[in-house]
Design a protein around this ligand. Sequence first.
Ligand code: PEP
Ligand code: MG
Length: 626
Amino acid sequence: MKKSKDLTSGSKTRKKKVFSSGDSRASKLENNNFKKEKVLKGVAASPGVAIGPLFTLKKQSTSFSLDHIVERKVDNVNEEINRFQSAIHETRSQILSLKKHVSENANKESDAQIFDAHLLIVDDKILMAEVVDVIKQDQIASDLAFYNVMNRYITAMSAMPDEYIKERAADIKDVAERVLHNLCGTSRVDLSNVPSDCVIVAHDLNPSDTALLDASTALGFITEVGSRTAHTAILARSMRLPAVVGVPNLISSLDDDISIVIVDGFVGDVIINPTEMTLEKYEKKLEKSQRLMLDFLEENSLRTETIDGYSIKLEANIDNSNDVQNVLKYGASDVGLFRTEYLYINRVTLPSEDELYNEFVRVIKKLPENASIVIRTLDVGGDKLIDNISTNFEHNPFLGLRAIRLCLRERKELLQTQLRAMLRASALGKVRILFPMVTAVEEVVQLKRTVEEIKIDLKKSRIDFYEDVRIGIMIETPAAALIAENLAYYVDFFCIGTNDLVQYTMAADRGNERVAYLYQEAHPAVLKLIHMVAKAAHNHAIPVAVCGEAASNPYYIPFFIGLGIYALSVTPTMLGSAKRVIRALRMNQAQDAVWHAMQSNTEEEALNYSFELLRKIAPDIVELMR
Ligand code: PEP
Ligand code: MG
């Protein structure tokens, strides 16, 4: 059995052409007859199947590098500053038109937001003033001054262990390249001549280039580098382009003799020169996935309850207000986890209280009246290091001053700013405050005291907030799970963060592929901890949700339901499949499966119980995931 975390739901599908016009399947296979089928494994970045000829994008001719810059002194500094400012101006207009192109052509408005992040970079006054200072002080040409300033940021961010930050460095590089092109008068890679009905292969694709791909003719793409959280992958999901990224040695594995390639974005497989049998198999899979996705969309207004009437709250995880559009489209109305750290990434300065407040209010306004929004305080540290929130070097950042630890001990002002914004927003909607990375009761006491202090301040200033705002904690450390009975006494709800709970329980870094075999979300130890948490929540009559990635995996859903989890919070595009699984379940089946799973010796054995169950109740979903 193969596990996959990547089963999309409900996305509107368009019938993709399997081959380019004029190429009959027979002729393709004829050409393919003597070629050996090859399977490459990568990261399933965007679900779906694409089958077609390959088009390899050549490396960009110019890049963010000193090679393109002629070092020269300038006599007229003001003239040079003007030249720099007009390049920034030009870059700004290019980004705006790219944004427009994406809003008109991509599936969701939030994709255009990627370019908001790019605009933030060109609009960053401090950053631009730094460049102007360097031009003035060193009397050098603006391209070199700009390169030097940007390179410092890019190098620092690229050196971070966190993949997400690295990807954000890629965004800055993308913008920096554009500015340099404008300063030097060179042009970027031209994607306009990519033939239609092809699977695009590249070492890497940056978001601007991806946005220029014509989603109505491109079949999908494969890249050698990249991760699921990269903006390129985000765009691919929204453009409904099946994609597999992070395929090691991709380019060197390709020769000129390739007729057809298959991209399986559900499991992360790339099949080169498939045999007739393989081809037939994937054509069927393509059709099935398209049918299923349409079904999910039609089901999005159905109640999320088991066959025997147990209602499960299905909520969505978001990173910003633009994600709300998809929350509604795919059938949820509540936000179970708003990860605020993404409001701090992609920028040089920290967001102000007003900026945070305005973003929270945007979410409230876009959601239906009465919708609840769980907003989590900053979870910086671990694998999410943010450049402008200074965190000292730590040998084990996952075991270091992460999240509330950093906020309580060194950066209290960050917490205060966030809490003020959240409390102010609570006057307008059902805001709940969530604290990540809790391990001890004292932390919760301190956090609650901070909330109370802020309430007093707000009252003094006659600023409105909701007095009884609910306070919850993430249960994502074994310590928190083991003392859940004690913690439940202090808080209004629990949110189980399986992404971290699994890594801390299994002592396996969630981002380290070398110990990925031990990162087992359904390991009996993990299930037993979740069971303890659910029991504690029930004993204290507080709601308990699961908001880690496991909450959207059809294989784990029966376990969570069986353990008495009240809500699941998932990525918006995964709402459809989660709903389908919940609606196919009976509570006693789920309880039976998880009881057996908890007694199992291994995760594999545990998973078999849900696999056998799902095979009976949701065979369509199981089929796509293998
Ligand atoms: C989790 O740990 O499961 C979680 C939801 O938090 P994050 O993935 O942001 O660490
Ligand atoms: Mg976490």
